[in-house]
Ligand binder design. Structure first.
Ligand code: COA
Length: 330
């Protein structure tokens, strides 16, 4: 295949599991209140996957909708990437499970680990594979069953997360500039501010590890908050500069849906409060799925129209962060 000059998103989809857990429901699980959660996070409710649903099941549902939206069969997918921090299992990849569920028999598949930043990193990876001419069509999914990795006895974290999945189909060519250049960065020196310390090769599964609840996500919320605001704001400005654009050129900003206060701080810094897209009240933080779900909703509800420039930005464990810009061509 010849290298291409543009890469476009030709379809999006998302899936939220049926069960809804409200702040009032959380009041029965930990010592908290609807008022506290809403004031500190902007969250009202989140969706929780069924016991027999794994991340690949959520991802496959989102993928089917994205393929339908794109109007292509799964067999046209050359590359399938799943961004997740809650894989079905360590290996094989969740991407291989999704491949089998949707019948993407001609794709090569892998998972991408960048915590909550994963979907944006995966979009960038897939875009570059397409730009090089290595593949023509890619399916990028952010899928999370966070509810299995959070500690339902820790009120500082369990209120913040939800389950869900979002997907996008990318293809060579298309009108406009398509997916533009990203600005991304990481800082491993801050890993311990947001991580799941147990269960891997550093601290494998033992009775003692489980007794200490090390298999669950741990977070120092205040520190994470500060870094998230700074890094996402900087990343947006860097991505705009790389693409010779300014804040005024952007029709819609979609940030990682971690917390309305983080989103409001970025909006204020950049002067973009009137153009920020958020759904954190309905879904809470679905990690790598959050950006993908928000993009799909913003397209489907008409917020994003053909020819609009959209800026995406993310932040997550690692730390990892990034932003990119795309011209919507559909
Ligand atoms: N309900 C009621 N009280 C709670 C609570 C809850 N769910 N969680 C914590 N508290 C209490 C704390 O115990 C503390 O009490 P104390 O003062 O008696 O010790 C008090 O509220 C303040 O806690 P603190 O953690 O300092 O609150 P905060 O204002 O920083 O808000 C977060 C906590 C988690 C909402 C906030 O730090 C945050 O959103 N951080 C970013 C998290 C994030 O987005 N992570 C993912 C990034 S990808």
């Amino acid at each position: 295949m010849e290298p291409t000059r543009t890469v476009s998103i030709i379809g999006t989809g998302s899936y939220l599991p049926e069960k809804v857990l409200t702040n009032r429901d959380l009041e029965k699980i930990v010592e908290t209140s609807d008022e506290w959660i809403y004031a500190r996070t902007g969250m009202r409710e989140r969706h929780i996957a069924a016991a027999d649903q794994a991340s690949s099941d959520l991802g496959a549902e989102a993928a089917k909708k994205a393929l339908e939206d794109a109007g292509i069969p799964a067999t046209e997918i050359d590359l399938l990437i799943v961004a997740t921090l809650s894989p079905d299992m360590f290996f094989p990849s969740t991407a291989c499970f999704v491949q089998e569920k949707i019948g993407a028999t001609n794709a090569f598949c892998y998972d991408l680990g960048a915590a909550c930043s994963g979907f944006l990193y995966a979009l960038d990876a897939a875009k570059n594979q397409i730009l090089s001419g290595a593949v023509k069509t890619a399916l990028v999914i952010g899928s999370e069953k966070m509810s299995t990795f959070i500690d339902w006895e820790d009120r500082g974290t369990c209120i913040l997360f939800g389950d869900g999945a979002g997907a996008a189909v990318l293809r060579a060519g298309g009108e406009g500039r398509g997916i533009m250049q990203s600005a991304m960065g990481s800082d491993g020196s801050l890993a311990d501010l947001l991580w799941t310390p147990g269960g891997g090769s550093r601290n494998p599964a033992t009775h003692e590890m489980i007794d200490q609840r090390q298999q669950y996500l741990k977070m120092q919320g205040r520190e994470v908050f500060k870094h998230a605001v700074v890094r996402m704001g900087e990343a947006v400005l860097q991505a705009l500069e790389k693409n010779n654009l300014t804040v005024d050129d952007i029709k819609c900003f979609i940030p990682h849906q971690a917390n309305i206060r983080i989103i409001d701080s970025i909006a204020k810094r950049l002067g973009i409060a009137d153009r920020i897209y958020t759904n954190v009240d309905k879904y809470a933080n679905t990690s790598s799925a959050a950006l993908a779900i928000a993009l799909d909703e913003a397209v489907k509800d008409g917020t994003i129209q053909k020819g609009d420039l959209v800026a995406l930005t993310v932040f997550g464990g690692g730390f990892t962060w990034g932003a990119n810009v795309l011209e919507w061509g559909k």
